[in-house]
Design a protein around this ligand. Structure first.
Ligand code: FAD
Length: 303
Protein backbone atom coordinates (compact mmCIF):
# COMPACT_ATOMS: atom_id res chain seq x y z
CA UNK A 1 0.00 0.00 0.00
CA UNK A 2 2.98 2.32 0.66
CA UNK A 3 3.97 1.91 -3.00
CA UNK A 4 0.45 2.68 -4.14
CA UNK A 5 0.28 5.86 -2.07
CA UNK A 6 3.60 6.98 -3.57
CA UNK A 7 2.19 6.34 -7.02
CA UNK A 8 -0.72 8.68 -6.33
CA UNK A 9 1.72 11.63 -6.45
CA UNK A 10 3.00 10.48 -9.83
CA UNK A 11 -0.39 10.22 -11.46
CA UNK A 12 -1.38 13.44 -13.12
CA UNK A 13 -4.65 12.93 -14.99
CA UNK A 14 -7.83 14.97 -15.45
CA UNK A 15 -10.02 12.14 -14.14
CA UNK A 16 -10.45 10.72 -10.62
CA UNK A 17 -7.92 8.51 -8.82
CA UNK A 18 -8.59 6.81 -5.49
CA UNK A 19 -6.98 4.14 -3.34
CA UNK A 20 -8.79 1.25 -1.67
CA UNK A 21 -11.96 1.62 -3.71
CA UNK A 22 -14.53 -1.09 -2.83
CA UNK A 23 -15.31 -2.98 -6.03
CA UNK A 24 -18.72 -3.94 -4.63
CA UNK A 25 -19.74 -0.42 -5.71
CA UNK A 26 -18.86 -1.18 -9.31
CA UNK A 27 -20.10 -4.71 -9.95
CA UNK A 28 -23.63 -5.92 -10.62
CA UNK A 29 -23.12 -8.80 -8.16
CA UNK A 30 -22.51 -6.03 -5.58
CA UNK A 31 -19.56 -7.92 -4.13
CA UNK A 32 -15.80 -7.46 -4.30
CA UNK A 33 -13.13 -6.08 -2.01
CA UNK A 34 -10.99 -2.97 -2.56
CA UNK A 35 -8.89 -2.13 -5.61
CA UNK A 36 -5.48 -0.81 -4.51
CA UNK A 37 -5.70 1.93 -7.08
CA UNK A 38 -8.85 2.95 -8.95
CA UNK A 39 -8.89 5.55 -11.72
CA UNK A 40 -11.53 7.07 -13.98
CA UNK A 41 -9.64 8.49 -16.97
CA UNK A 42 -11.35 11.19 -19.01
CA UNK A 43 -9.05 11.38 -22.03
CA UNK A 44 -6.92 9.05 -24.11
CA UNK A 45 -3.83 10.80 -22.67
CA UNK A 46 -5.15 9.89 -19.20
CA UNK A 47 -5.30 6.21 -20.19
CA UNK A 48 -1.77 6.34 -21.60
CA UNK A 49 -0.49 8.11 -18.46
CA UNK A 50 -2.11 5.49 -16.21
CA UNK A 51 -0.69 2.59 -18.20
CA UNK A 52 2.77 4.19 -18.11
CA UNK A 53 2.69 4.58 -14.33
CA UNK A 54 1.45 0.98 -13.93
CA UNK A 55 4.19 -0.32 -16.20
CA UNK A 56 6.92 1.65 -14.41
CA UNK A 57 5.74 0.44 -11.01
CA UNK A 58 5.21 -3.13 -12.19
CA UNK A 59 1.51 -2.94 -11.27
CA UNK A 60 -1.01 -5.16 -12.98
CA UNK A 61 -4.08 -3.39 -14.38
CA UNK A 62 -7.64 -4.25 -15.20
CA UNK A 63 -10.10 -2.33 -17.39
CA UNK A 64 -13.57 -2.13 -15.92
CA UNK A 65 -16.77 -1.53 -17.87
CA UNK A 66 -20.11 -1.89 -16.10
CA UNK A 67 -18.90 -4.77 -13.91
CA UNK A 68 -21.81 -6.89 -15.20
CA UNK A 69 -19.73 -9.93 -16.03
CA UNK A 70 -17.08 -10.05 -13.31
CA UNK A 71 -16.91 -11.65 -9.91
CA UNK A 72 -14.30 -9.73 -7.90
CA UNK A 73 -12.80 -11.57 -4.93
CA UNK A 74 -13.48 -10.50 -1.35
CA UNK A 75 -9.79 -9.56 -0.98
CA UNK A 76 -10.10 -7.20 -3.92
CA UNK A 77 -7.75 -6.29 -6.74
CA UNK A 78 -4.00 -5.79 -6.32
CA UNK A 79 -2.97 -3.19 -8.84
CA UNK A 80 -4.84 -0.63 -10.90
CA UNK A 81 -8.45 -0.64 -12.01
CA UNK A 82 -9.23 1.63 -14.96
CA UNK A 83 -12.93 2.45 -14.99
CA UNK A 84 -14.00 3.61 -18.48
CA UNK A 85 -17.27 5.27 -17.39
CA UNK A 86 -16.17 8.78 -18.46
CA UNK A 87 -15.87 7.73 -22.11
CA UNK A 88 -19.51 8.42 -22.77
CA UNK A 89 -19.58 9.92 -26.27
CA UNK A 90 -22.79 9.39 -28.25
CA UNK A 91 -22.38 10.55 -31.85
CA UNK A 92 -23.99 9.90 -35.21
CA UNK A 93 -21.96 10.17 -38.42
CA UNK A 94 -23.95 9.24 -41.50
CA UNK A 95 -25.30 5.75 -40.86
CA UNK A 96 -22.68 5.09 -38.19
CA UNK A 97 -23.05 5.38 -34.47
CA UNK A 98 -19.92 6.48 -32.60
CA UNK A 99 -19.96 5.45 -28.96
CA UNK A 100 -17.63 5.93 -26.05
CA UNK A 101 -16.94 2.51 -24.55
CA UNK A 102 -18.03 3.62 -21.08
CA UNK A 103 -21.58 4.37 -22.14
CA UNK A 104 -24.19 1.86 -20.94
CA UNK A 105 -25.01 -0.27 -23.99
CA UNK A 106 -28.71 -0.22 -23.14
CA UNK A 107 -28.78 3.60 -23.03
CA UNK A 108 -26.94 3.72 -26.35
CA UNK A 109 -29.52 1.36 -27.90
CA UNK A 110 -32.38 3.45 -26.55
CA UNK A 111 -30.94 6.76 -27.76
CA UNK A 112 -30.22 5.30 -31.20
CA UNK A 113 -33.78 3.96 -31.43
CA UNK A 114 -35.18 7.41 -30.61
CA UNK A 115 -33.24 8.72 -33.63
CA UNK A 116 -34.69 5.93 -35.82
CA UNK A 117 -31.43 3.93 -35.92
CA UNK A 118 -31.71 0.16 -35.70
CA UNK A 119 -28.91 -2.29 -34.93
CA UNK A 120 -28.35 -2.34 -31.18
CA UNK A 121 -31.92 -2.72 -29.93
CA UNK A 122 -31.41 -6.41 -29.08
CA UNK A 123 -29.06 -5.23 -26.30
CA UNK A 124 -31.63 -2.94 -24.70
CA UNK A 125 -31.87 -3.61 -20.96
CA UNK A 126 -28.75 -5.78 -20.90
CA UNK A 127 -26.48 -4.39 -18.14
CA UNK A 128 -22.93 -3.28 -18.91
CA UNK A 129 -21.00 -0.87 -21.09
CA UNK A 130 -20.34 -0.62 -24.81
CA UNK A 131 -16.73 -1.73 -24.19
CA UNK A 132 -17.74 -4.75 -22.14
CA UNK A 133 -20.30 -5.79 -24.76
CA UNK A 134 -17.62 -5.61 -27.47
CA UNK A 135 -15.06 -7.44 -25.32
CA UNK A 136 -17.55 -10.23 -24.52
CA UNK A 137 -19.14 -10.17 -28.00
CA UNK A 138 -22.40 -9.91 -26.10
CA UNK A 139 -25.20 -12.02 -27.51
CA UNK A 140 -28.94 -12.24 -26.97
CA UNK A 141 -32.17 -12.75 -28.89
CA UNK A 142 -30.31 -14.38 -31.78
CA UNK A 143 -27.84 -11.54 -32.45
CA UNK A 144 -24.26 -10.72 -31.42
CA UNK A 145 -22.70 -7.29 -31.25
CA UNK A 146 -20.03 -8.17 -33.88
CA UNK A 147 -22.84 -8.22 -36.48
CA UNK A 148 -23.08 -4.41 -36.30
CA UNK A 149 -19.62 -3.46 -35.02
CA UNK A 150 -17.47 -1.65 -37.61
CA UNK A 151 -14.32 -0.54 -35.81
CA UNK A 152 -12.81 0.10 -32.39
CA UNK A 153 -10.31 2.67 -31.10
CA UNK A 154 -8.08 1.37 -28.34
CA UNK A 155 -4.78 1.90 -26.56
CA UNK A 156 -2.57 -1.08 -27.34
CA UNK A 157 0.10 -3.01 -25.43
CA UNK A 158 2.74 -0.40 -26.32
CA UNK A 159 0.44 2.43 -25.15
CA UNK A 160 -0.28 3.64 -28.68
CA UNK A 161 -3.80 4.60 -29.80
CA UNK A 162 -4.90 2.26 -32.61
CA UNK A 163 -7.91 1.54 -34.79
CA UNK A 164 -9.14 -2.01 -35.27
CA UNK A 165 -11.42 -2.68 -38.24
CA UNK A 166 -13.73 -5.60 -37.72
CA UNK A 167 -13.06 -8.85 -39.51
CA UNK A 168 -15.94 -11.16 -38.76
CA UNK A 169 -13.65 -14.19 -38.63
CA UNK A 170 -11.97 -12.68 -35.54
CA UNK A 171 -15.25 -13.14 -33.61
CA UNK A 172 -17.20 -16.20 -32.55
CA UNK A 173 -19.91 -17.04 -30.02
CA UNK A 174 -19.06 -14.82 -27.00
CA UNK A 175 -15.51 -14.40 -28.27
CA UNK A 176 -13.76 -11.26 -29.45
CA UNK A 177 -10.15 -10.62 -30.46
CA UNK A 178 -9.77 -8.31 -27.42
CA UNK A 179 -9.98 -11.27 -25.04
CA UNK A 180 -6.41 -12.20 -25.92
CA UNK A 181 -4.87 -8.76 -25.52
CA UNK A 182 -4.32 -6.34 -22.63
CA UNK A 183 -5.80 -3.24 -24.27
CA UNK A 184 -8.13 -0.40 -23.29
CA UNK A 185 -10.87 0.29 -25.83
CA UNK A 186 -12.23 3.84 -25.74
CA UNK A 187 -14.51 4.20 -28.76
CA UNK A 188 -16.53 1.90 -31.02
CA UNK A 189 -18.40 2.45 -34.29
CA UNK A 190 -21.53 0.62 -35.33
CA UNK A 191 -23.29 0.33 -38.68
CA UNK A 192 -26.95 1.21 -38.20
CA UNK A 193 -30.05 0.97 -40.38
CA UNK A 194 -32.92 3.45 -40.60
CA UNK A 195 -36.07 2.24 -38.83
CA UNK A 196 -39.30 3.47 -37.30
CA UNK A 197 -38.63 4.59 -33.68
CA UNK A 198 -42.07 3.35 -32.57
CA UNK A 199 -41.33 -0.14 -33.92
CA UNK A 200 -37.93 -0.19 -32.24
CA UNK A 201 -39.50 0.99 -28.98
CA UNK A 202 -41.98 -1.88 -29.15
CA UNK A 203 -39.24 -4.45 -29.79
CA UNK A 204 -37.19 -3.10 -26.88
CA UNK A 205 -40.23 -3.23 -24.62
CA UNK A 206 -40.60 -6.94 -25.43
CA UNK A 207 -36.93 -7.63 -24.65
CA UNK A 208 -37.25 -5.77 -21.36
CA UNK A 209 -40.36 -7.72 -20.35
CA UNK A 210 -38.74 -11.00 -21.31
CA UNK A 211 -35.74 -10.23 -19.09
CA UNK A 212 -38.02 -9.08 -16.31
CA UNK A 213 -40.02 -12.33 -16.50
CA UNK A 214 -36.75 -14.26 -16.11
CA UNK A 215 -35.93 -12.34 -12.94
CA UNK A 216 -32.96 -10.45 -14.41
CA UNK A 217 -33.67 -7.34 -12.40
CA UNK A 218 -34.91 -8.84 -9.15
CA UNK A 219 -31.53 -9.52 -7.48
CA UNK A 220 -27.86 -8.68 -8.07
CA UNK A 221 -26.29 -11.10 -10.60
CA UNK A 222 -24.20 -11.26 -13.76
CA UNK A 223 -26.89 -12.97 -15.81
CA UNK A 224 -25.82 -16.44 -17.02
CA UNK A 225 -22.70 -17.76 -15.36
CA UNK A 226 -21.97 -20.43 -18.00
CA UNK A 227 -22.02 -20.17 -21.80
CA UNK A 228 -24.31 -22.27 -23.95
CA UNK A 229 -22.83 -25.03 -26.07
CA UNK A 230 -24.75 -26.42 -29.06
CA UNK A 231 -22.99 -29.78 -28.69
CA UNK A 232 -24.76 -30.31 -25.36
CA UNK A 233 -28.15 -30.38 -27.11
CA UNK A 234 -29.91 -27.89 -24.83
CA UNK A 235 -29.29 -24.45 -23.34
CA UNK A 236 -27.13 -24.61 -20.22
CA UNK A 237 -29.97 -23.27 -18.07
CA UNK A 238 -32.14 -26.23 -19.08
CA UNK A 239 -29.35 -28.73 -18.40
CA UNK A 240 -28.70 -27.28 -14.95
CA UNK A 241 -32.41 -27.18 -14.25
CA UNK A 242 -32.58 -30.88 -15.02
CA UNK A 243 -30.05 -31.43 -12.23
CA UNK A 244 -32.37 -29.77 -9.75
CA UNK A 245 -29.99 -26.91 -9.13
CA UNK A 246 -32.55 -24.11 -8.86
CA UNK A 247 -32.46 -22.73 -5.35
CA UNK A 248 -29.11 -24.35 -4.46
CA UNK A 249 -27.58 -22.04 -1.86
CA UNK A 250 -24.29 -21.34 -0.09
CA UNK A 251 -24.62 -18.62 2.52
CA UNK A 252 -26.35 -15.69 0.84
CA UNK A 253 -25.52 -16.82 -2.70
CA UNK A 254 -28.11 -18.85 -4.54
CA UNK A 255 -29.03 -20.33 -7.92
CA UNK A 256 -32.01 -18.26 -9.08
CA UNK A 257 -35.39 -19.89 -8.58
CA UNK A 258 -36.37 -18.55 -12.02
CA UNK A 259 -33.32 -19.58 -14.07
CA UNK A 260 -30.85 -22.36 -13.24
CA UNK A 261 -27.92 -20.65 -15.03
CA UNK A 262 -28.19 -17.47 -12.97
CA UNK A 263 -26.62 -17.07 -9.53
CA UNK A 264 -27.95 -14.28 -7.35
CA UNK A 265 -26.74 -12.37 -4.34
CA UNK A 266 -29.73 -12.59 -2.01
CA UNK A 267 -28.26 -9.78 0.12
CA UNK A 268 -24.84 -9.62 1.74
CA UNK A 269 -23.30 -12.60 -0.10
CA UNK A 270 -19.52 -12.83 -0.30
CA UNK A 271 -17.63 -13.46 -3.52
CA UNK A 272 -16.42 -16.73 -2.00
CA UNK A 273 -20.03 -17.89 -1.49
CA UNK A 274 -20.95 -16.98 -5.06
CA UNK A 275 -17.90 -18.81 -6.37
CA UNK A 276 -18.76 -21.87 -4.28
CA UNK A 277 -22.23 -22.01 -5.88
CA UNK A 278 -20.74 -21.67 -9.38
CA UNK A 279 -18.21 -24.41 -8.69
CA UNK A 280 -20.92 -26.71 -7.41
CA UNK A 281 -22.92 -26.19 -10.63
CA UNK A 282 -19.82 -26.92 -12.68
CA UNK A 283 -19.07 -30.04 -10.65
CA UNK A 284 -22.63 -31.37 -10.91
CA UNK A 285 -22.65 -30.89 -14.70
CA UNK A 286 -19.38 -32.83 -14.91
CA UNK A 287 -20.30 -35.67 -12.59
CA UNK A 288 -23.97 -36.13 -13.55
CA UNK A 289 -23.92 -35.24 -17.26
CA UNK A 290 -20.28 -35.81 -18.15
CA UNK A 291 -19.98 -32.35 -19.70
CA UNK A 292 -17.49 -29.56 -19.10
CA UNK A 293 -19.29 -26.21 -19.00
CA UNK A 294 -17.46 -23.07 -20.04
CA UNK A 295 -17.68 -20.28 -17.52
CA UNK A 296 -18.90 -16.94 -18.86
CA UNK A 297 -18.45 -14.85 -15.71
CA UNK A 298 -14.85 -13.73 -15.23
CA UNK A 299 -13.05 -14.07 -11.90
CA UNK A 300 -11.03 -10.98 -11.02
CA UNK A 301 -8.83 -9.99 -8.10
CA UNK A 302 -6.88 -11.90 -5.50
CA UNK A 303 -8.51 -15.23 -4.62
C1 FAD B 1 -29.13 -9.27 -15.51
C2 FAD B 1 -28.06 -9.55 -16.50
C3 FAD B 1 -28.37 -10.08 -17.75
C4 FAD B 1 -27.38 -10.34 -18.69
N1 FAD B 1 -27.73 -10.82 -19.92
C5 FAD B 1 -26.76 -11.01 -20.87
C6 FAD B 1 -27.12 -11.43 -22.20
O1 FAD B 1 -28.28 -11.59 -22.53
N2 FAD B 1 -26.12 -11.63 -23.09
C7 FAD B 1 -24.81 -11.42 -22.78
O2 FAD B 1 -23.92 -11.58 -23.65
N3 FAD B 1 -24.44 -11.02 -21.52
C8 FAD B 1 -25.38 -10.82 -20.58
N4 FAD B 1 -25.03 -10.39 -19.31
C9 FAD B 1 -23.62 -10.23 -18.96
C10 FAD B 1 -23.10 -8.80 -19.18
O3 FAD B 1 -24.16 -7.88 -19.25
C11 FAD B 1 -22.28 -8.72 -20.46
O4 FAD B 1 -21.20 -9.64 -20.44
C12 FAD B 1 -21.72 -7.32 -20.68
O5 FAD B 1 -21.30 -7.19 -22.02
C13 FAD B 1 -20.55 -6.99 -19.74
O6 FAD B 1 -20.21 -5.64 -19.95
P1 FAD B 1 -19.48 -4.79 -18.81
O7 FAD B 1 -19.25 -3.44 -19.37
O8 FAD B 1 -20.23 -4.87 -17.56
O9 FAD B 1 -18.11 -5.56 -18.72
P2 FAD B 1 -17.27 -5.86 -17.39
O10 FAD B 1 -17.96 -6.92 -16.61
O11 FAD B 1 -16.92 -4.60 -16.71
O12 FAD B 1 -15.96 -6.47 -18.06
C14 FAD B 1 -16.00 -7.66 -18.79
C15 FAD B 1 -14.66 -7.82 -19.52
O13 FAD B 1 -14.55 -6.81 -20.52
C16 FAD B 1 -13.36 -6.06 -20.33
N5 FAD B 1 -13.64 -4.67 -20.70
C17 FAD B 1 -14.75 -3.96 -20.40
N6 FAD B 1 -14.68 -2.73 -20.95
C18 FAD B 1 -13.49 -2.67 -21.60
C19 FAD B 1 -12.82 -1.65 -22.35
N7 FAD B 1 -13.37 -0.45 -22.55
N8 FAD B 1 -11.60 -1.93 -22.87
C20 FAD B 1 -11.01 -3.15 -22.67
N9 FAD B 1 -11.61 -4.14 -21.98
C21 FAD B 1 -12.83 -3.91 -21.45
C22 FAD B 1 -13.02 -6.21 -18.85
O14 FAD B 1 -11.62 -6.02 -18.64
C23 FAD B 1 -13.45 -7.65 -18.59
O15 FAD B 1 -12.43 -8.52 -18.99
C24 FAD B 1 -26.02 -10.10 -18.35
C25 FAD B 1 -25.70 -9.57 -17.10
C26 FAD B 1 -26.70 -9.28 -16.18
C27 FAD B 1 -26.34 -8.67 -14.86
Amino acid sequence: MATVNKLLDKINISGTVRTDEPMSRHTTFEVGGPADLYAVPETVSDIIALLSVAEEAGLSWFVLGGGANVLVSDRGIRGLVIDMRAFSRFGVEGDELVLGTGLAISDAAERAAELGLAGLEFLYSMPGSVGGAVWMNARCYGSSIDEVLESVLYVDETRQPRRYRVRREDFAYKRSPFQNRPVAMYEARFRMQPADPAELRERMREYYHDRQSKGHFSAPSVGSVFKNNRDFGAPTGKLLDGLGLRGYQVGKAKVSAQHANIVINTGGATAAEIRAVIEHMDQEARSQLGIQLEREVLYAGEW
